[in-house]
Design a protein around this ligand. Structure first.
Ligand code: ZN
Length: 164
């Protein structure tokens, strides 16, 4: 896809993630495996999580698709390896709100995710950016349904559980 229209600096950040995504290293014995699919763009994502004591100890992702979907998955892996499930859910909620037009809350540290802010101006691409986060939410719900509650996946996105 084209990233034209996004800020030049941000475009570089996105392409860096696209070229060498975080979380590429396989993990030995994941306790959750899910696959997300965004048919509108053809983006696919395999996500494996190793969760121990309420923390994402390690994460493996295999993103395939457009630069925005791959970069978003890579940023997710970059930010959430080692995070608590609560923090992971919180970031997912915040990022989803950003894609719906919100600003980053005062004092938050979006890291490289800030580079995706401009995506909200391209409605067709928002699902590309959200695929990884919807996939994550489903994965966490498989692990701890009480914590996550009812998962409402965007109607255009499909997430399939392979192992839980
Ligand atoms: Zn896409």
């Amino acid at each position: 896809m084209s990233t034209s229209g996004l800020d030049e600096l941000y475009r570089e950040v996105i392409l860096d993630h696209y070229r060498s995504p975080h979380g590429a290293a396989p993990i030995d014995d994941p306790n959750v495996e899910v696959e997300g699919h965004n048919p509108l763009c053809g983006d696919e994502l395999i996500m494996h999580l190793d969760i121990v004591d309420g923390q994402i100890r390690s994460m493996h992702i295999e993103p395939r698709g457009c630069s925005i979907s791959v970069a978003s998955a890579s940023m997710l892996a970059q930010q959430l390896e080692g995070a608590s499930l609560e923090d992971a859910l919180e970031l997912k909620k915040t990022f989803q709100a950003i894609m719906q037009g919100a600003e980053w809350p005062e004092g938050s540290d979006p890291g490289d995710l800030e580079a995706l802010d401009g995506v909200k101006n391209f409605p067709v691409r928002i699902k590309c950016a959200l695929l990884a986060w919807m996939t994550l939410e489903q994965a966490l719900a498989e692990y701890d349904h009480d914590l996550v509650g009812e998962v409402v996946i965007d109607r255009d996105i499909e997430v399939v559980t392979r192992k839980s």
